[in-house]
Design a protein around this ligand. Structure first.
Ligand SMILES: CC(C)(COP(=O)(O)OP(=O)(O)OC[C@H]1O[C@@H](n2cnc3c(N)ncnc32)[C@H](O)[C@@H]1OP(=O)(O)O)[C@@H](O)C(=O)NCCC(=O)NCCS
Length: 155
C-alpha cells in the first residue's frame, strides 16, 4: 500500500474522516479556520483518497496540543496512525539545554495504550490531576454545554 503524506486536507475530507470514525461533523467555516491555523497538519493519502490525518496546535514555544488523529477504519491497524503521530511529535523541535515542551492530548476512551507508545502518561496520576474539558454548542441562538461525543456516538 503506497501512502503519501501531505501537509494539507480539504474541509470535506476532514469532515468525512470525522464521520468515518464516528465523530460529528464540525461546521465548515470553523474547520477551514482550524486547518489554516494549525501549527502542523499531516494527512495520509492512498490512491487519491485521504485515509487519515492529525494536527498540532501550538504557541510555537513551550505548549502544544495534538488533536484530530483519525484513520479510516479500513486502514486502521496498518501503521498509519503511528506514522501520523510520529510526525506530530516532531513539533518538539530541537530543544537546547534549559528548554522544555509540554505536549498535551485528550485520548478518546480506550486509545490510551496507542498514545502510551509515544511516551504519554495517563491522567490523573500521582503527580497530576485529571485533564478537564468543556464542549459548548450553539443551537437556536443559545450556547449550552454538551456531553463530549465519544467514538462511534451517533448524533
Ligand atoms: C487511534 C487510531 C488513530 C490508531 O491508528 P492506527 O492506524 O489504527 O494505529 P497503528 O496501526 O499505527 O498502530 C500503532 C500501534 O498502536 C497500537 N494501537 C493502535 N490502536 C490501539 C488501541 N486502541 N489500543 C492499543 N493499542 C493500539 C497498534 O497495535 C500498534 O502497535 P505496534 O506499534 O506495537 O504494532 C485509529 O484507531 C483511529 O483513527 N481511531 C478512531 C479515531 C480515534 O479515536 N482517534 C483518537 C482520538 S484521541
Amino acid at each position: 500500500m503506497k501512502i503519501n503524506y501531505v501537509n494539507d486536507i480539504s474541509v470535506e475530507d476532514y469532515n468525512a474522516l470525522r464521520v468515518a470514525v464516528g465523530w460529528a461533523e464540525v461546521e465548515k467555516t470553523q474547520v477551514k479556520i482550524g486547518i489554516d491555523n494549525s501549527a502542523f497538519l499531516i494527512a495520509a493519502v492512498s490512491e487519491g483518497q485521504t485515509i487519515g490525518t492529525a494536527r498540532v496546535i501550538s504557541d510555537g514555544g513551550y505548549m502544544a496540543l495534538i488533536v484530530d488523529i483519525m484513520v479510516l477504519p479500513a486502514f486502521q491497524g496498518k501503521g498509519v496512525g503511528k506514522e501520523l503521530m510520529g510526525r506530530c511529535m516532531d513539533i518538539r523541535g530541537n530543544l537546547t539545554d534549559g528548554q522544555s515542551v509540554f505536549i498535551n492530548l485528550m485520548a478518546a476512551s480506550g486509545k490510551e495504550p496507542f498514545y502510551a507508545k509515544f511516551g504519554f502518561d495517563t491522567r490523573p496520576n500521582e503527580n497530576a490531576g485529571a485533564g478537564m474539558t468543556q464542549y459548548l454548542c450553539c443551537c437556536d441562538g443559545k450556547v449550552s454545554k454538551q456531553a463530549i461525543r465519544q467514538e462511534h456516538d451517533k448524533d
